[in-house]
Design a protein around this ligand. Structure first.
Ligand code: SAM
Length: 307
């Protein structure tokens, strides 16, 4: 006699029927194996030295990064993370006072997904990254190189959110026309753009960057202090990133990530001399690729440099 349906799938809450039990058991088994893999990897990463600048230069592959994290179908950050960033920035730039002449994006990597709302309210955008291979990817997108990453899925999402019926090509052109410089930056330097002098900007934005070079909260706080000379008095600092991460993979390379908690993050902003204007924290609900990157939550912090 077939088993009657009762009970629910712990992953979805759906009522189970017949062979759904097999699938549920398989999912449970897979989750347990994944938890073990993640636990082991966390232990290895935490015992290993933090990734150095040279590790980044030698082993961070821009194409692997884009494919692993931003491919429309299965990119790990494509979905929950990109929505979190785009929605929060859309709200910040459309409803708030955060606007002005120049926005400086610090540690852009090979990406521009977070700049489509900003290009509506700033005249000039500067993008930057520590790595030449990432800056080369940025240049490709700006120059419409056929080998550039295709961000259409992101642009569509932003245009729908803005609801003005703008088409993707026009939106992409708008951002291209606002990006005036692609600079090299180093978060661990007292003057992160040295020898280039960047006049203080209205807003400094940084997504998923500082947890890569900063090995602990002390170093993170130092980087925030160094940003202060880059921001006008009364200007804004916007940091969006992930919490409680220990690693993220790029291709076969596993990079360590600074592990942070909400309380110490906010303390670091205050200690660096900023006023916190708004915070948003959101837990990671999509746990499908924990073995690729193990962060547990996302954060958005809008702070202001005192006048
Ligand atoms: C996880 S990626 C984030 C890239 C991108 N902002 C994003 O949102 O996907 C980390 C970035 O930190 C950059 N990075 C590594 N060391 C750095 C340093 N010393 N100063 C500034 N950026 C650094 C890497 O080049 C890389 O682009």
């Amino acid at each position: 006699m077939p088993r009657s349906s009762s009970g629910s799938d712990w992953t979805t809450g759906k009522v189970l029927e017949g062979c759904d039990y097999k699938r549920s058991a398989w999912l449970l088994g897979r989750a347990l194996v994944l938890t073990d893999i993640v636990r082991t990897r966390r232990q290895i990463v935490m015992a290993a030295p933090f990734a150095s600048k040279q590790d980044y230069i030698d082993e961070f592959d821009a194409k692997d990064y884009l494919q692993t994290y931003y491919e429309p179908k299965d990119g790990l950050l494509c979905g929950e993370w990109t929505e979190f960033v785009i929605r929060n920035l859309h709200e910040t730039f459309t409803k708030g006072e955060v606007r002005g002449h120049t926005l400086l994006d610090f540690g852009s990597g090979p990406t521009i997904y977070h700049l489509f709302s900003a290009c509506e309210v700033f005249d000039k955008i500067i993008v930057s990254d520590f790595l030449e291979q990432n800056r080369a990817e940025l240049e490709k997108w700006l120059n419409k190189d056929p080998d550039a990453f295709d961000w259409t899925h992101i642009i569509k999402f932003v245009c729908e959110l803005e609801g003005k019926g703008e088409n993707c090509e026009k939106k992409a052109e708008k951002l291209r026309s606002k990006v005036k410089e692609v600079l090299k930056c180093d978060a661990l330097k007292r003057k992160p753009f040295d020898p280039v002098v960047v006049p203080p900007v209205d807003c400094l934005l940084s997504c998923l960057c500082l947890e890569a070079p900063c090995k602990d909260i002390k170093s993170f706080c130092e980087a925030l202090k160094n940003f202060k000379d880059l921001i006008k008095p009364g200007g804004y600092l916007l940091i969006l990133s992930v919490m409680n991460a220990t690693f993220y993979n790029v291709g076969k390379k596993c990079f360590a990530s600074m592990t942070t908690k909400k309380e110490e993050l906010e303390m670091a902003f205050k200690e660096a001399g900023y006023q916190i204007e708004k915070t948003v924290y959101s837990p990671r609900t999509d746990k499908s690729q924990l073995d690729v990157a193990d962060y547990e939550a996302q954060y958005f912090i809008l702070a202001r440099k005192p006048k």
